[in-house]
Ligand binder design. Structure first.
Ligand SMILES: [Zn+2]
Length: 263
C-alpha cells in the first residue's frame, strides 16, 4: 500500500532528456514513457531485447530528475483516514480523490489544484476526538483495535449478523438483539467459547452473542478484557508531514503545469 505521489517534469517535452539512441521511438503516454519499436527492429528479437534493456535504464534517469519526476513523496492514506473518521467526505471531496483508485490513470487533473489547497488548509484547522477499544493484553492488540476508532458522538454499527447488532458510541459498547439492548458496558470481558459463540461479561452483566467484529483476535481462543481509550487528534499535528508534502506537490504541479500522479 505504499504509493509514490509525484509531479512529472517537462524535460522530455522540452528536449532536455539524456541521450538515448532510440529516443525517437519513446512516447510519453499519459504519465508514462513507452517505447514503441518499429516492426523491422522488433523482428530482430535479440536487438529488440537489448534496446528495451537500454530503455529501462534510461527511463530510471531520463533527465536530471530521477524517474522524470520533478517532485515525489509518499502521502499514504492518513489524510483519507481522518476524513472518513470525521464523516466529512462532502467537505473534502478533492482530497479523497487523491487516492490510487480515483481513476485508472492515477492522476488528479490540475484543475483541482486550487480546491485541493483550500481543502487541505481547511482540514488542518480541524480536530477530532475518538474512542477506541484497548485491551490489557500488551502485545498486538492495540494495533488491531485502532481499526475501530469511532468519532465522538457517533453511534457506529461495528458489525451485525441476523438479529444481532454490535454498536459503539463514545465509551459505551452495546449489543442489541431484535432491537433490544441485551448488553451495555464500557469495560468488559469477551470470551470466545466455540467457533461462533461469544460471552460478554461485566460484573453482574452477562450476554451471549454469535457475532463479534474481529475474529482474528480470538485465534488462540482466549479471553480478553476491553476498555475504552479517548484520544483527540489535532490535524495540524497529525498531518504535518502529509501537509508539507501535499503543498510541495501542489507547488510543483502549479509551476510545471503537470498533474499530481501516483503509482
Ligand atoms: Zn526532468
Amino acid at each position: 500500500m505504499s504509493y509514490i505521489d509525484y509531479v512529472r517534469c517537462n524535460c522530455f517535452k522540452e528536449g532536455l532528456s539524456k541521450p538515448f539512441k532510440y529516443i525517437k521511438y519513446v512516447k510519453l503516454v499519459g504519465n508514462y514513457f513507452e517505447l514503441e519499436l518499429p516492426d523491422e527492429i522488433k523482428q530482430d528479437e535479440a536487438l529488440a531485447d537489448k534496446i528495451y534493456d537500454e530503455f529501462y535504464d534510461w527511463r530510471d534517469f531520463p533527465c536530471e530528475h530521477e524517474d522524470g519526476e520533478y517532485y515525489s513523496c509518499q502521502l499514504g492514506g492518513k489524510i483519507q483516514y481522518y476524513i472518513y473518521l470525521m464523516k466529512a467526505e462532502t467537505d473534502f471531496s478533492a482530497l479523497l480523490s487523491l487516492s490510487p483508485d480515483f481513476n485508472n490513470d492515477g492522476f488528479i487533473p490540475t484543475s483541482y489544484n486550487a480546491q485541493l489547497r483550500a481543502e487541505i488548509e481547511e482540514l488542518m484547522k480541524r480536530e477530532i476526538t475518538c474512542y477506541n477499544f484497548v485491551s490489557k493484553e500488551p502485545i498486538g492488540w492495540g494495533m488491531y483495535f485502532q481499526h475501530y476508532e469511532v468519532a465522538e458522538n457517533v453511534d457506529e454499527l461495528l458489525c451485525e449478523k441476523g438479529d444481532e447488532k454490535l454498536y459503539s458510541c463514545n465509551d459505551v459498547f452495546r449489543i442489541e438483539k431484535n432491537g433490544e439492548v441485551i448488553f451495555r458496558s464500557s469495560n468488559f470481558t469477551v470470551e470466545r467459547i466455540i467457533n461462533r459463540r461469544f460471552i460478554f461479561t461485566d460484573h453482574d452483566k452477562r450476554a451471549e452473542s454469535t457475532v463479534f467484529f474481529d475474529l482474528n483476535l480470538f485465534r488462540k481462543g482466549n479471553k480478553q478484557r476491553l476498555y475504552y481509550e479517548k484520544n483527540t487528534y489535532i490535524m495540524k499535528n497529525e498531518l504535518k508531514y502529509e501537509y508539507e508534502n501535499l503543498i510541495n506537490l501542489l507547488n510543483a504541479s502549479d509551476l510545471i503545469g503537470n498533474p499530481i500522479c501516483w503509482d
